[in-house]
Design a protein around this ligand. Structure first.
Ligand code: GTP
Ligand code: MG
Length: 317
């Protein structure tokens, strides 16, 4: 049995200088290489296409990316766990809560509760399973600077948890641009298994990409990069059986952004990626409407939750 490859420098045909070039170009992990296309890798690293193909194949083998049997699929499905949102309505809409092994996208206009849900889930993932959690930690990647530890504190207290303990179990990082955001996700392939992390939040997943790739001429490039980012997140979700939650702000008037693929057709970014998309809308006062879009495995319909001082809750009867 050949030795198990654990690092990119151990890939056949990758010497010190190629390993350095790969790292510099952002392909610092086996996962990053495994999900790259040969063309992309060859251009980014300046290696022949055939070499890129060989490296990608080796990375995939090292990660065990092979055909699965139906039985394995069944077992994978059975390993899916759910995190409560603290709203029974919303949990029911999601088929029990936010699932591991997948990406859940909350999209909607400003003030619809995307960030509040991310805070609530970062607390709730720490609850024991009998209370709707996974006894795990959270990573909060904040691209907009809207994370508030004070909010975590009140949500934790409202659930009878020790606020300091809860805050100690949330790893926070501010992503300063899209490249940084992607590099952070690369690093999570190491951190997640080491720290019993069960939830990864990216709030928002699209902000930097939109700000940096402006204009129609950059749309394709932006979408390509965003797809790669989502792909990496999907790998994290699958490999480590964690929940990945991303947010995406969409404007009320999609016509203004005509031609923008991240805003088209309902506006969600997961249009071509696997995952669960939840649209949020404002209603009266602190009430918010949630709707799951194109999820054949979930029941159709809408539900209402509220944002209170304690966090996400069901509306009073
Ligand atoms: P953008 O990031 O701007 O796209 O919005 P968002 O969807 O992330 O909105 P967010 O989750 O920040 O929701 C904002 C709403 O949550 C506000 O309109 C408030 O009604 C509510 N909210 C935020 N913080 C608190 C709080 O401490 N107490 C209470 N009661 N409500 C809060
Ligand atoms: Mg927000």
């Amino acid at each position: 049995m050949p030795k198990k490859i654990k690092d990119i420098s151990e890939l056949p045909g990758v010497g010190r200088s190629t390993a350095a070039k790969l790292t510099e170009a952002g392909y610092s992990t086996l996962e990053a290489i495994a999900v790259a296309s040969p063309q992309e890798l060859s251009t980014a690293v300046g290696i022949p296409l055939a070499t890129a193909q060989r490296i990608i194949r080796a990375a995939r083998e090292a990660l065990d990316l092979r055909l699965k049997t139906a039985l394995e699929l069944k077992r994978e499905r059975a390993s899916v766990r759910k995190i409560t949102t603290s709203s029974k309505n919303l949990d029911a809409l999601l088929g029990g809560g936010v699932e591991t092994r997948t990406i859940t996208e909350f999209f909607g206009e400003y003030g619809t509760g995307k960030t509040q849900l991310c805070h609530q889930l970062s607390v709730n993932v720490q609850l024991p399973p009998e209370k709707g959690g996974l006894s795990g930690k959270a990573v909060y990647v904040d691209s907009e600077g809207t994370f508030r530890w004070e909010r975590i504190e009140s949500m934790a207290r409202a659930l009878g948890l020790d606020p300091d303990e809860v805050m100690a179990n949330i790893f926070y990082v501010r992503a300063v641009n899209s490249d940084h955001q992607m590099a952070i996700v690369d690093e999570l392939f190491e951190l997640v298994p080491k720290e019993n992390i069960k939830l990864i939040v990216i709030d928002s997943v699209t902000g930097h990409f939109r700000a940096e790739y402006i204009g129609r001429e950059h749309l394709a490039q932006r979408q390509q990069k965003l797809n790669k980012h989502l792909h990496q997140l999907m790998r994290l979700a699958e490999i480590y059986n964690v929940a990945v939650v991303v947010t995406n702000q969409v404007m009320a008037r999609p016509d203004v952004f005509y031609g923008d693929p991240t805003r088209a057709v309902g506006g969600h970014v997961l249009y071509h990626a696997p995952g669960v998309r939840v649209q949020l809308r404002r209603s009266r006062g602190n009430r918010r409407i949630a709707r799951v879009v194109d999820a054949p495995h979930l029941p159709e319909g809408e539900t209402i939750f509220v944002i209170t001082e304690e966090g996400i809750r069901d509306p009073a009867e």
